[in-house]
Design a protein around this ligand. Structure first.
Ligand code: DOR
Ligand code: ZN
Length: 338
């Protein structure tokens, strides 16, 4: 095949940041995707309807056609009364970070199964909201997602009508919760389905491959890739593209986050083509998400890609510094037509 057209691609897990970084990175996502789920872990976390609405306006002023599905950062101070207001303004995704688990998660929740949060989740369930979770314990890095599975199981049983999303699935042992609980779905990143721990540190340490959850074993990668290539009904694409200035990636305290937004669709096409699964890409990057998250698309967007060489930019200039994209400078076999 020499060309492929995708209808309404969605990136179901996206960090856009704010201000100058937002301006620099948003065009990559807005060009390729109809919309995406916008993560709330800004320097001032998006904890209220007001903050989410002004963030949504900031995004809309730069990319009016991009459907920004906003999320609310769950803190110990979230109260159940505010959930109704959120629903009314079309904000229906709650993002839960265990305190300290990742970048800007200091305001996260220290005890997830606490009575206050459980009451909130009951209301969220009644309002048809979605609970999106960064599911990692504070244990050994390679086992953090696995150790957290019991929390997913507990919540899924308690709130059988609440749609719970296991974000950026990274461990093959998590797949069983998709099979066992009707109300759990997952997002998969490009990096977790194509790379393993050796990409990060098998040769020299490469901070651009450092992310949370950490890249795992080749076996995990293959198992997750298999879900993606077969467009398992309960998984959708969520890049977890997470830009950091180069100074924060090359510092002693390097931040976790892989900036994968540039050229994501050509790379996905290449991957699915290599495995003879191109026919499943539409479901993986769009249909599953539209069904599972009940997204209402206002105006269809069609993205055509053709087999013709292109290149990932080396770096993106911003704030007298730069951000390095995943595989910056490398060649691609496919190109997105704009
Ligand atoms: O690698 C990551 N980076 N994982 C996250 O959960 C957060 C993200 C970020 O915000 O940089
Ligand atoms: Zn993320």
């Amino acid at each position: 095949m020499n060309s492929i057209t995708l209808k309404n691609p969605f990136d179901m897990h996206l960090h856009l940041r704010e201000g100058e970084i937002l301006k620099a990175v948003l065009p990559f996502s807005a060009q390729s995707f109809s919309g995406g789920v916008i993560m709330p872990n800004l320097k001032t976390p998006v904890t209220t309807s007001q903050l989410a609405q002004s963030y949504r306006e900031e995004i809309a002023s730069l990319a009016p056609d991009f459907l920004a599905l906003m999320t609310i950062y769950v803190t110990d101070f979230l109260d159940k009364e505010s959930l109704q207001d959120l629903s009314e303004v079309g904000i229906k995704i709650l993002k839960l970070y265990p305190k300290g688990a990742t970048t800007n998660s200091d305001s996260g929740v220290s005890s997830i199964l606490n009575p206050n949060l459980l009451e909130i989740l009951k209301v969220a369930q009644d309002l048809g909201m979605i609970l999106s979770i960064h599911g990692e314990s504070d244990g050994f890095s390679m086992d953090r997602e696995y150790e957290f599975l019991k929390v997913f199981e507990n919540l899924a049983k308690r709130f059988p009508k609440l749609h719970i999303v296991l974000e950026h699935m990274s461990d093959h042992r998590s797949i069983k919760v998709l099979e066992n609980f009707e109300n759990i779905t997952a997002t998969l990143t490009y990096h977790h389905i194509t790379m393993d721990l050796d990409s990060l540190l098998g040769k020299n340490l490469n901070p651009h491959y450092f992310c949370k959850p950490i890249l795992k074993t080749p076996y995990d990668k293959e198992a997750l890739l298999d879900l993606a290539l077969n467009a398992h009904k309960k998984v959708s694409f969520g890049s977890d593209s997470a830009p950091h200035l180069i100074s924060n990636k090359y510092s002693q305290n390097a931040f976790g986050g892989i900036f994968s937004a540039p050229n994501l669709l050509p790379r996905l096409v290449e991957l699915f083509e290599r495995h003879n699964k191109l026919e499943n890409l539409q479901a993986f990057v769009s249909d599953n998400a539209i069904t599972n998250y009940k997204i209402k698309v206002k105006k269809d967007k069609f993205i055509t890609l053709k087999k013709s060489p292109s290149k990932i930019p080396d770096s993106i200039p911003v704030l007298d510094s730069k951000i390095i994209p995943l595989f910056g400078g490398s060649d691609l076999m496919w190109q997105e037509l704009v």
